[in-house]
Ligand binder design. Structure first.
Ligand code: FAD
Length: 393
């Protein structure tokens, strides 16, 4: 398939950085997303339903597998994985969030903190979507301060662990088969990770209703009451919160990519609308102030894209630190928030109805802005790096 650069990739990053095989994969994902997802996703968003029919094609397109192939870890570059997140979010941020959870948070946790046996058992099932996963870190009383504030506990009893506590906001968790639960070991106070089958007695997930952002993502409140899991389901290489943070360092950069994709989706829809909508006897695209909206958006997209590309190159080179992905996430989501607002403004009244898509990007941007570390928390991570002073508390 001939590669078609996005007009919004103004400096031609994808054209210049991806291999031919990667370009083919990107085109297949784009073609599927535009054909199968874009026309129907507004309805799912409005009904707050996840389009379950996307899961099998996402697996077939390889979006759930490429990052964590046990036999060839990181065969595909982080830059490529970033472009996949961008392409998916360009169509719909809820679909890209599903992949971000399944392939980023869940497979990422298993790949980085699972034993060889655990990786061999679970990663192929995650890649094929035979098993759907969720990632349970955030709690009702602990969001930004999860490094120190987790209240969910794990108590060792013989060859098993007993988990008690609650989780909030957990994506995919209304239909996941397993949920990674992060809990504090009562014995040593360290955060440990557990693969919890959702059929385990005492595990209850309840959908969070009334969201105005990422409505298609099924977020859940989870309660854990004397949930017993065997030692074989404890992630064998997750011994402190530092191990959890290693997963987040990578997924945070992918959220930055998804933010660029969300901004691009809104920007491209605004350009198309501005060309066909006429006011004062000419297309609104011919009015200077509308051009300024569009060019400001393109500037944001181009700056953010340059940043996420470089952060992913640093990950591939083993040079990426927490502050690098934190800056990319804070910056790209902030620029996305501006860009979707300009796009919404460009459509006038039609900017607030789902039919024209921009309203969905506009609303969805809010969740991307806050999840996987708010702008404030990522700012504090970077601030600590540049000043040597931790200002979290
Ligand atoms: P809080 O931590 O209560 O923060 C509220 C405000 O205070 C924010 O503006 C924050 O930046 C600010 N603040 C907090 N501390 C400081 C400080 N020291 N200095 C300055 N400002 C501060 N979690 C999961 O574990 N798994 C998931 O799959 C998942 N999916 C999500 C999906 C969605 C749609 C959303 C909205 C959230 C999801 N989350 C998930 C949770 C998400 O990571 C948290 O919402 C996020 O980390 C912020 O935590 P909080 O909402 O508790 O906000």
């Amino acid at each position: 398939m001939t590669f078609a650069p996005l007009s919004s990739d103004f400096y031609g990053y994808a054209e210049n950085l991806l291999t031919d095989r990667e370009k083919d994969a990107i085109m297949a994902i784009r073609e599927w997303g535009e054909r199968e997802v874009l026309p129907v996703i507004g309805g799912y968003w409005e009904r707050a339903e996840f389009p379950a029919q996307v899961i099998a094609p996402l697996a077939e397109l390889g979006t759930l597998a490429f990052a964590w192939d046990e036999t060839k870890p990181f065969e595909n570059s982080a830059v490529f994985r970033g472009f996949v997140a961008l392409e998916l979010a360009r169509v719909d941020a809820s679909v890209s969030t599903f992949v971000g959870v399944q392939n980023g948070l869940v497979a990422g946790t298993l790949a980085l903190t699972g034993s060889a046996e655990q990786r061999a058992e679970w990663l192929p099932k995650i890649a094929s979507a035979e098993v759907i996963g969720a990632f349970g870190l955030t709690e009702p009383l602990s969001g930004s301060d999860s490094a120190r504030g987790l209240r969910t506990t794990a108590r060792r009893e013989g060859d098993s662990w007993v988990l008690n506590g609650s989780k909030r906001w957990i994506g995919n968790a209304t239909f996941s088969d397993i949920t990674i639960i992060w809990a504090k070991d009562e014995a040593d106070g360290q955060v440990k990770g557990f693969i919890v089958p959702t059929s385990t007695p005492g595990y209850v997930a309840t959908k969070i209703e009334g969201k105005i952002s990422l409505r298609s993502v099924q977020n859940a409140d989870i309660t854990l009451t004397d949930v017993v899991v065997p030692e074989s389901l404890r992630l064998q290489n997750a011994n402190t919160f530092r191990d959890t943070a290693a997963v987040l360092r990578q997924t945070r950069a992918e959220v930055a990519w998804a933010a660029v994709g969300t901004a691009i989706g809104a920007y491209e829809a605004a350009v198309a609308y501005a060309k066909q909508r006429e006011q004062f006897g000419k297309p609104i695209a011919a009015h200077q102030l509308i051009q300024e909206h569009l060019v400001n958006g393109l500037g944001n997209i181009t700056a953010s894209l340059g940043m996420v590309v470089r952060v992913s190159q640093m990950l591939d080179a083993g040079e990426q630190r927490d502050e690098h992905s934190a800056l990319a996430k804070a910056y790209a989501t902030s620029r996305m928030r501006e860009t979707v607002a300009w796009a919404r403004e460009t459509l006038g009244g039609n900017g607030i109805v789902l039919e024209h898509h921009v309203a969905r990007y506009f609303a969805d941007a809010e969740a991307l802005y806050s999840y996987e570390g708010t702008r404030e928390m990522n700012t504090l991570i970077v601030g600590r790096a540049v000043t040597g002073e931790a200002a979290f508390v």
